[in-house]
Design a binder for this molecule. Structure first.
Ligand code: PGA
Length: 249
């Protein structure tokens, strides 16, 4: 169901002690009276700590990745069952850093999505074009194929558990943000493509924007009609910035 979400993607930041300190701070400083789901995505090693600290709150814990296999000889990887066994019910898949540095492809991501959904995990699926795609005006095409090749084989019911995050690669960690108009244009395009394949359920799909969201630009981005919240990297590492962004929605 479409709702407002602010998710902090911590990437490879915050050790166990820093995770505990931040989450205690977050619990104590959570903005009240907001109709928004707040999420944090710590490193694998800190997921269990996070689910324990946040057990009695409505802050969600997400993983940043998982393997597509149920289990087996995959040294260094983490399975869906391992995530669920520590209380994690949401996973980020297809982040551009996973695509770029770890060579994840649309077809391996389709397998990961299938595995996650089979286990009733909720998926935050990331899409987004590179600068060269924007310059050559191929940005909608690139995002269309990312959606089609990893998600459009799914049955209608599956979409209850999918959140999309549009993250233009040129805006991630660069201090450059898409303008509110560029964000809206792509979010609307994504919703139209989902509608084209699945009909009216597209109105209920939550679509987040990510890429250098900061306290001072959050409000204008979030005020766009097809932007349902944000996937926040750098600014989610600092409690004052993160709570200011939650407040901006
Ligand atoms: P950023 O990262 O906010 O630091 O640009 C966003 C993301 O990668 O999810």
């Amino acid at each position: 169901m479409r709702h407002k979400v602010i998710a902090g993607n911590w990437k490879m930041h915050k050790n166990a002690q820093e995770t505990v300190a931040f989450l205690n701070d977050l619990v104590n400083n959570m903005p009240t009276g907001k109709e928004v789901e707040v999420m944090v995505a710590p490193a694998f090693t800190n997921l269990m700590l996070a689910t324990q600290i946040l057990e009695d709150t409505n802050i969600t814990v997400a993983a940043q990745n998982m393997h597509q296999a149920e289990g087996g000889a995959f040294t260094g990887e983490i399975s869906v069952d391992m995530l669920k066994s520590v209380g994690v019910e949401t996973v980020i898949l297809g982040h551009s850093e996973r695509r770029q540095y770890f060579k994840e492809t649309s077809s391996s991501l389709a397998n990961k999505v299938d595995t996650a959904l089979r286990h009733k995990m909720r998926v935050i699926f990331c899409v987004g074009e590179e600068l060269k795609d924007r310059k050559s005006k191929q940005f909608q095409n690139v995002v269309f194929y990312q959606l089609k090749d990893s998600l459009f084989h799914l049955p209608k019911e599956a979409w209850e558990n999918i959140i999309i995050a549009y993250e233009p690669v040129w805006a991630i960690g660069t201090g450059e943000t898409a303008t509110p108009e560029q964000a809206q244009e792509m979010h609307q395009f994504i919703r139209e493509q989902i509608a084209h394949h699945y009909g009216s359920l597209a109105d209920n799909v939550t679509i987040l924007y990510g890429g250098s969201v900061k306290p001072d630009n959050a409000q204008t981005i979030f005020s766009q009609p097809d932007v349902d919240g944000g996937l926040i990297g750098g600014a989610a590492l600092n409690i004052a910035d993160f709570t200011a962004i939650i407040n901006a929605i």
